[in-house]
Design a protein around this ligand. Structure first.
Ligand code: DOR
Ligand code: ZN
Length: 449
């Protein structure tokens, strides 16, 4: 900690119990021009334009970084837009989101990406970044390089291994991340064909069987095999949901491969029993919720800090869409941004996880993305989330800022709530109310390595 600050002046000083490098300490953080310029003990604190002291059961954490969200907008504004989606993020203590390309139109060119950037610029109250979908021409990657963290691969992109090798090579050359939804397209098709051949009427209770664990496992295995052929490729498996995939990925890390993975709150805390009850439609998500045995492995990997990131896969749809009669018409996914951090902190404050578990939602994804965020340290952005603990709240979808006002976590008890949030030193959430103006969010830029 810096000791010679008393004759300095900063824009903003926050005092209280701060999460610093794995521990909580009573300290101060000074912010100037949006950046953290000092972390010091109270007697050495500088003069500041604004001072906020957080006393009692409040904790000062870095703003969270969610590297997998769907903010929709463009052709799907009825489901979510960058304003409501980013409000949901703030409510959940998230200050940076990275958005997926499955919009209308599909975002796999620089030109279409620019349409989305405009929307985020105009409306977002959190910082943002993007992935490109698999482009028809790999030139699109060089053309979009300054605006993306990487390329998102969907199940349908995983069938052609020659194309994948070329893509991996290009990504390695440009130092772009390959973020993969691992479900094997051929096996998915086979499951559907069988169901129709034997005349099974599909409904949500069959969802986990139609996308069985082996579908994910084979996709993970296959991609790791393909990646062996390309030097320098960085592969990140997202929303990993089965024990076998976790084992395989951890093993390939031990072999020194450049591979990482994330898990979601729903795969860590919920299991496939939900498909037998009233929540069945709402809980439809890809990959599906898994049996308790897999759920437990995902949960353990999260609380034992073996995962590289924790992501929401915030995937809002209209409630009426989720209530569709026919299984095939129910869109997969649900919102998650407002409760992901409180759910994680509940594990901490009820003594089941170490506070360092929050790094999977801050420091670790920021490192994967290569951004100066996710840590309360000098030189990092002044993105800060204040949480109150010792509270007892109940999850209620109807209170969400997201346009999707439902959740499979309805009724869950939370032992933490987000109070205030600062984005690059500017207060944007106060006492749970959004006070940041539309468009205050910025591009989260990579530090060139
Ligand atoms: O459940 C999901 N919903 N999985 C996906 O891969 C896509 C997402 C969405 O965009 O709705
Ligand atoms: Zn997604």
């Amino acid at each position: 900690m810096d000791a010679n600050n008393r004759y300095r002046k900063v824009d903003l000083l926050l005092k209280g119990k701060i999460y610093l490098q794995g521990r909580v300490e009573e300290a101060c953080i000074g912010i100037e021009a949006g950046k953290i310029v000092m972390v010091c003990k109270e007697p050495n604190a500088p003069y500041a334009e604004k001072v906020f002291s957080y006393t009692g059961k409040k904790l000062i954490l870095p703003g969270m970084v969610d590297m997998h969200v769907h903010m929709r907008d463009l052709g799907q504004e009825h489901k979510e837009d960058w304003y409501t989606g980013s409000m949901a993020a703030l409510k959940g203590g998230v200050t940076t989101v990275v958005d997926m390309p499955n919009n209308i139109p599909f975002i796999n060119t620089r030109e279409s990406l620019l349409l989305k950037v405009e929307k985020a610029k105009e409306k977002s109250i959190v910082d943002y970044g993007f992935y490109l979908g698999f482009p028809a021409s790999l030139n699109e990657l060089s053309k979009s390089r300054d605006m993306i963290f990487g390329v998102k691969l969907y199940p349908n992109d995983l069938s052609n291994s020659e194309n994948l090798v070329n893509l991996l090579q290009k990504c390695a050359e440009l130092d772009l991340l390959l973020i993969v939804h691992p479900e094997d397209p051929t096996l998915l098709e086979e499951c559907k064909k069988w169901a129709s051949k034997i005349g099974v009427k599909l409904d949500p209770s069959l969802h986990p069987m139609l996308r069985a664990p082996v579908v994910e496992y084979f996709a993970v295995k296959n991609l790791l095999e393909i990646a062996r052929r390309v030097h320098g490729a960085r592969i990140h498996f997202t929303h990993v949901s089965t024990g076998e995939s976790v084992k395989t990925i951890l093993h390939s890390k031990l072999e020194g491969r450049k591979v990482s993975f994330d898990v979601t709150p729903h795969h860590a805390f919920l299991n496939s029993r939900l498909y037998a009850g009233r929540q069945a439609n709402i809980a439809k998500v890809n990959p599906p919720l898994r049996p308790e045995e897999d759920r437990r492995i995902i949960y353990n990997a999260l609380v034992n800090r073996q995962v590289d990131a924790y992501v929401t896969d915030h995937a809002p749809h209209r409630f009426e869409e989720k209530m569709a009669e026919k299984y095939e018409d129910i869109p997969p996914g649900f919102p998650g941004l407002e409760i992901a951090l409180p759910l994680l902190l509940t594990e901490v404050f009820e003594g089941r996880a170490d506070i360092r578990v929050i790094e999977s939602y801050s420091l670790k994804p920021a490192e994967i993305l290569g951004i100066a965020k996710g840590q309360l340290a000098v030189g990092f952005d002044g993105d800060i989330t204040i949480v109150e603990y010792g509270v007892e709240e109940t999850v209620k979808g109807e209170d969400f800022f997201s346009k999707a006002k439902y959740t499979p976590f309805e009724g869950y008890r939370l032992r933490a709530r987000v109070v205030d949030v600062y984005l690059r030193g500017l207060k944007v959430l106060e006492e749970g109310n959004v006070i940041g103006r539309r468009g205050v969010g910025c591009f989260a830029r990579r530090i060139e390595r």
